[in-house]
Design a protein around this ligand. Sequence first.
Ligand code: KG4
Ligand code: ZN
Length: 344
Amino acid sequence: MAIILGLESSCDETAAAIVRSDRTILSHALAGQEDHHRAFGGVVPEIAARAHVELMTPLVEAALADAGLKLDDVDAIAATAGPGLIGGVMVGLVTAKALAMASGKPLIAVNHLEGHALSPRLIDPDLAFPYLLLLVSGGHCQLLRVNNVGDYTRLATTIDDAVGEAFDKTAKILELGFPGGPAVERAAALGNARNVPLPRPLKGADEPHFSFAGLKSAVLRAHETGQYKIEDIAASFQQAVIDCLYDRITYTLDRIDPPAALVVAGGVAANLPIRDMLETLAGNRGMRFVAPPLWLCTDNGVMIAWAGAERFAMGLTDGLDFVARPRWPLDPEAAPARGAGVKA
Ligand code: KG4
Ligand code: ZN
């Protein structure tokens, strides 16, 4: 049984966790940086990188202490090596390299998106490959067929904003605070989703992709009229996102041989109305629905340690010369999607 230490530092969460290959989480240390970034209304990359430097070593020490382990007891050290804010990614990756070198244990360079993508398999041992994954985070909105560890087929992506980005920008427009996603969800629960007319970008389009930039602009225009309650705008926005996701996933499902399970991962997967919609959609299609628990949806070290465990089991380790990557698509073969802001 392998014991893997996993480090995460690609955005504004610093985290270290230890996971065993039998799916036991031995420890889980995480420090959010909201207080560092709140005054700026968003994550400031340079501030994030400096905070990771301060937080990472104490978190590694805490993860080892909580698990009752020494570095020597660990079989491999995994770290997010991209994609993400490059200064932060380098902090976690360099820390992992130093630990690997000091202990003589192998390094595993983990794609952050693969951390999200495989995290449902940590919780659900019956979740077999292939599965259909909706990956929705601050930087991505993609529909992927997860064929195996390290083997993904991108079926759809956003042509402009990521869905989490749309939540964050909506929160900023509505002055709901930071971080934006949970704030919009809370406000939406108090509003009426039918009160504000908002568009459903690309709904019914004869292409599989997503788009959210127009929705965010429509939120701004609706807010500027001064006619609508904040809660109603939030609820109407969230409903528009749900309708778009439903329409786009259905488009793809109508055109593929659907795998047995629909899986959601990434920070936006913490949104309960979105999860409810996906569960209904999966049920209608005779598919199983799998979602990680809420704490495992947003960035954390456990998902990186688990992806490390999956890769370690396949003999996939990396050299200490592995270079941090600001961009790193899960499916490098995917054709570029139209749109200026496409990230992968
Ligand atoms: O995966 P994640 O923690 O970081 C990235 O890899 O991007 O995702 C963060 C994103 C943010 O945009 C945040 O606003 C969004 O996930 N998010 C949510 C919720 N919780 C986090 N969006 C909607 N509803 C939520 N409850
Ligand atoms: Zn993430």
